[in-house]
Design a binder for this molecule. Sequence first.
Ligand code: ZN
Length: 463
Amino acid sequence: MRTLVRNGTIVSDGRSFRGDILVEGGTIAAVGEGIAAPADVDRVIDAAGREVFPGAVDPHVHFELETANGASSDDFASGTRAALAGGTTTIIDFVTPQRNGSLLAALAARKEAARKSLCDFGLHMSVTAWSDRTLPELEACCRREGIGSVKTYLAYKETIGLEDREFLAVLDAARKLKFLTLVHAEAGDMVAYLQKTLLAAGKTSVAHHALARPPEVEGDAVRRSLLLARLAGVPLYIVHVSTRQGIEAVAAARQAGQAAIAETCPQYLVLDESLYAAEGDAAAAAVMSPPLRGQEHREALWQAMATGWVQTIGSDHCPFHLADKRRHAADDFTKVPGGAGGIEYRLPLLHTFGVRTGRISLERFVDLVATRPAKLFGLYPRKGTIRPGSDADLVVWDRDRKWTVAAARQWQRCDHTIYEGLELVGAPAWVFSRGEAVFAGGRVEAEAGRGAWLGNNRGSDGA
Ligand SMILES: [Zn+2]
């Protein structure tokens, strides 16, 4: 199968240029100006007036995540279908072993669940406790099983969160095994104390969710986790930074030469904490950790994206149906499953509120959603770039397309969306995954199970 995408504005690796892309089979064969269509070309796409950028990489999603109060509503098939419709051709989900459960057994089960994916996928391992078995298992994950990154939680200490000594043990292992450590940076003891205090005072509804997680809870945990990473001498990737305090801690570390990497998510750039005061479904739907914030924090995050202190945008896609969100919305906000869906809106949201407002350039947009995550997680240059030899994962972008978000029309499987009614500009016209036109004419054409496992083996090559 040969496809020629011609006359587009190619945006890749920090630059934009008019050009053509020849795709042969699953890979990019040539990139340049005036590439003649081969005699046996199967398909020619006219991309005049459109941008063409590498298929996006979402480094942070949670499909079929079990919680005590319901499972996230997208599985690997429905979630990756939504990913493709939104211009994302690679996702990285998580393995979350039971505390003191086997990492390798949990990885095998998660890989099996992920086999129905429509797009290519990787997994971050999580360490949810530290025992004598953890290091040998981590070593096997990194050297044999294609794991290159490990998630840790400083919140949720009653279930999967780590104490400092355990977190330091993971950082120490990161130095030996060369994996990248991810951290959910919220100070768990502070959150637990504030939740308990609020509930005891009868403040049980979802309106109080954010009060248990004030900005200092994140600022303190980001500072502290970066201090511990500096002691251990390893890079640290902080997921879903949501506050001015958090990003200032990252900026200070980066300015001091530390390898501090910050991710944020569209919801923290676009939505406001006032949603919680409204109570009801809108508030329950917006329960996530960290919570939505106020204007001051959004401004700090937007500025940090322009300066490079924020390196990636993940969706933290984790939707739950309203029945699960509502169950404890009045009587105990700590039991409302945390998370919201956004995998198919990540690019349009960032395009609408970032690129079109002039806050970030188109080149920076592509770096945040595709190139940088591919580089950080060992997938570059197979993913995240348009160059000969790379996988032919391409988005042909219609920058003028105006549309309105509606749960009734979304691909992701959930009975609502936190972005309902938002007017967006920009959407994929075509999406290619390894040379196949998986999204075109508003339809996803891809079979469940076509997605490939992307082990990155950072540990084995020490890269
Ligand atoms: Zn998450």
